[in-house]
Ligand binder design. Structure first.
Ligand code: TPP
Ligand code: MG
Length: 554
């Protein structure tokens, strides 16, 4: 609160302020810019109070989508998620109050800090701690519980003390001896590989990692959300030979990438049993998971990469660009590229995934945000759609949670509007994935965010059936007994959902229709649009070296 206001108020000690206003002011003091939610008793007043203070309030259609949107804003701006939940009045607790539930306990499992302030006066301290906890160390969500009576009750303005905005997270660096050891292991590697994870993107380590890649001429592989930290079209990017690179690398440096299922736990047969991992991570508890690392570098990923660079500045070294390893990787990339291009060039209808993504990639603006979810849609799309900038890809990530796409797209569109006007948001959705948060199309239209939604429609989850087979199936028996669980209603007109709220909808079946509608949507920067792209219901991805890459989608 500005000093002058405080001075003015100190001599009017009877002035009262509601809990809702205290919450809003505490959030504002912590530099919170965006609030996403669904209002109802008792939280409506909090949203209104926040708007009065200039916090942007975005009303969503579902709290899940609101959380997804807020978490994506957090990822894009470095200010993770604070969840504020309204709970029942304290004096009705244990009596079976309206929506009574042990919310603080329930959220404790899923958040870094979960608490109910002890009084309205305690709210600013608790909110400062929630914001600080969410951004210090490994970032993560925090929960603040607000009983209904806190929202409306009034307290004396002078009894509330606002806490200054917390300081930015301190930057930690790795032990010097460990950095020296890591550099020496890299220098002695025969088949080195860098893996760039989401942590590197979050840490804004793009400049230093790119310098390391280029100075030492090392091959690198991004994880799904690490895409763009170094551009996908960089000559040292070996994404197109991913399995090969993982399988035969003898030294792997992980920059903010966990050895979880996405990286096949770091275990054979996907890796050499004797591979040496160098783990760079901000979270100590992550170090040593699944595999015993050769060296661990605990600290801020950008700062630690700079420490590594110092080693290579002191004693310059580069990995020979004409090594056998580089040649193996290049050969594999070439053959995989050829296989994808062959699939993409197929003229048969309905289209396949590769044809669709090839045409999207052709027109994708280089600086756009790409949001994606689905199974095949997301996995295949990721291999074809390129990212050239860090923090410009948002997908279902570690948890593979369907339903995140529209919230993420809304977040990216808001951040783009405020910080990078003109940048487009392309949201590539499987038809099933789209359904999880489909009503957020109304939110997109209400705030007139010019998002381009692309629904890759194969009539189902992983695959479906065509219209005729569907009809045939229903002739014999009830759908609940015969319809394959993966099937959704064939040929659904998802574009009409967009049209229903005033956006532009397209239904496309051919490459020409897809090209044309994409061109039109990209030209129109004033409106949201949805292109419903029909593809073959039984189409799958090209053959994989390892089956459980696809099995993990289940
Ligand atoms: C919240 C949630 N529920 C269910 C699943 C299981 N699941 C994985 S992918 C997927 C949808 C895949 O279908 P679609 O989005 O149409 O993509 P496709 O593979 O058909 O291209 C589902 C339901 C999940 N990952 N998350
Ligand atoms: Mg599908």
């Amino acid at each position: 609160m500005p000093e002058s206001n405080l001075a003015e108020r100190s001599d009017r000690s009877e002035e009262q302020v509601s809990g809702a206003k205290v919450i809003a002011q505490a959030l504002k003091t912590q530099n919170v810019e965006y609030m996403f939610g669904v209002v109802g008793i008792p939280v409506t007043e909090i949203a209104i109070a926040a708007q009065e203070l200039g916090i942007r309030y975005i009303g969503m259609r579902n709290e899940q989508a609101a959380c997804y949107a807020a978490s994506a804003v957090g990822y894009l701006t470095g200010r993770p998620l604070i969840v504020i939940g309204g709970s029942s009045e304290r004096n009705q607790e244990t009596m079976g109050a309206f929506q009574e539930f042990p919310q603080v306990e329930a959220c404790r499992l899923y958040s870094k800090f979960s608490v109910r302030p002890s009084s309205i006066e305690a709210i600013p301290t608790v909110i400062e701690k929630a914001v600080r906890s969410s951004i210090y160390g490994r970032p993560g969500a925090c929960y603040v519980d607000i009983p209904a009576d806190f929202v409306t009750h009034q307290v004396n303005v002078n009894s509330v003390k606002y806490k200054e905005c917390c300081m930015p997270p301190p930057v930690s660096m790795a032990e010097t001896s460990a950095v020296g050891m890591a550099a020496s292991i890299i220098r002695n590697a025969k088949q080195p590989l860098l893996i760039i994870g989401k942590g590197a993107a979050y840490a804004h380590a793009e400049e230093s990692i790119r310098k390391l890649v280029e100075q030492c001429k090392l091959p690198f592989l991004p994880t799904p959300m690490g895409k763009g930290v170094v551009p996908d079209n960089h000559p040292n990017c070996v994404s197109a030979a991913r399995s090969r690179a993982l399988q035969f690398a003898d030294v792997i440096v992980l920059f903010g990438a966990r050895l979880n299922w996405i990286l096949h736990f770091g275990l054979p047969p996907r890796y050499r049993p004797d591979v040496k991992f160098i783990q760079v991570d901000i979270c100590a508890e992550e170090l040593g998971n699944n595999v015993r690392p050769a060296v661990t570098l605990l600290g801020d990923i950008n700062a630690v990469t700079k420490q590594l660079l110092e080693q290579f500045d002191k004693a310059p070294w580069q990995y020979p660009p004409e090594s056998k390893w580089w040649n193996t990787l290049r050969e594999k990339m070439k053959s995989n590229d050829t296989a994808s291009k062959e699939l993409a060039s197929k003229k048969s209808l309905p289209m396949n995934y590769y044809t669709v993504f090839y045409h999207i990639q052709e027109q994708l603006p280089r600086d756009c945000f790409v949001v994606s979810e689905g199974a095949n849609t997301m996995d295949i799309g990721r291999t074809v759609l390129q990212n050239y900038l860090p923090r410009h890809r948002l997908d279902a990530g570690t948890f593979g949670t369907m339903g995140v796409g529209l919230g993420f797209a809304i977040a990216a569109a808001l951040v783009a509007k405020d910080r990078n006007p003109g940048k487009r948001v392309i949201c590539v959705e499987g038809d099933s994935a789209f359904g999880f948060s489909g009503m957020e199309v109304e939110t997109i239209c209400r705030y007139n965010l010019p998002i381009i939604l692309l629904v890759v429609n194969n009539n189902g989850i992983y695959h479906g059936v065509d219209k005729d087979s569907w009809k045939e199936m229903l002739k014999c028996q009830d759908a609940t007994t015969v319809a394959p669980p993966m099937c959704l209603l064939p040929d659904s007109h998802y574009e009409q959902v967009m049209a229903a709220f005033g956006g532009k909808g397209y239904f496309v079946q051919t490459p020409e229709e897809l090209q044309k509608s994409l061109r039109q949507t990209l030209e129109d920067t004033t409106k949201p649009s949805l292109i419903n792209i029909m593809i073959e219901p039984q189409g799958t991805r090209k053959a994989q070296d390892f089956h459980w890459l696809t099995r993990s989608n289940m």
